[in-house]
Ligand binder design. Structure first.
Ligand SMILES: [Zn+2]
Ligand SMILES: [Zn+2]
Length: 156
């Protein structure tokens, strides 16, 4: 679990919300689902799953997207950048999903897993090592996280 060069600085597009990542991610993911296509206005979402205590946020965030109980998508209230997502399920495991494109330097981020390839747009290639038509089964996560801790891409 070394070579992460923590902490990392991050901010929204306008700079009003500043963040600091102080713990190593447990996995990186790209999600191709049509929901993520709408959320990002792009081809897929990128996630670093972080221990909840490993993200410090300076400045108020605003909840956006679906406004459902399960997942809370946190945005900058000014520039509306999508910053991170919390959910009771993730919180129970002690994690949240951070958007690595908010990092000051995201140039090293490679998704380790890609999910929902059944909904993938044609021509999209992510470089992910493991592809899933839907989601990895819960039983797969331990093995995937272990492999990511060993072999996941690190900051240069
Ligand atoms: Zn902003
Ligand atoms: Zn998705």
């Amino acid at each position: 679990m070394s070579g992460w060069k923590l902490p990392w600085s991050a901010a929204c597009l306008c700079g009003q919300v500043k963040m600091r990542v102080t713990a190593a991610p447990v996995v990186s993911m790209a999600c191709h689902c049509t929901g993520c296509q709408k959320l990002t206005s792009g081809a897929y979402s990128l996630t670093l799953m972080l221990p909840t205590a490993g993200l410090e946020v300076e400045g108020e965030t605003q909840i956006g997207a679906l406004h459902r109980d399960e997942s809370k998508h946190h945005y900058c209230p000014r520039c509306l950048s999508w910053l991170y997502t919390t959910s009771p399920g993730l919180a129970a495991m002690g994690f949240l999903n951070f958007r690595p494109t908010m990092l000051e330097d995201a140039s090293w981020v490679v998704p380790f897993i890609e999910s929902q390839t059944a909904e993938k747009l044609p021509g999209v290639v992510t470089g992910a090592k493991h592809s899933f038509e839907r989601w990895p089964s819960p039983a797969d996560y331990g093995r995937l996280m272990q492999e990511y801790a060993q072999a996941g891409a690190r900051p240069r």
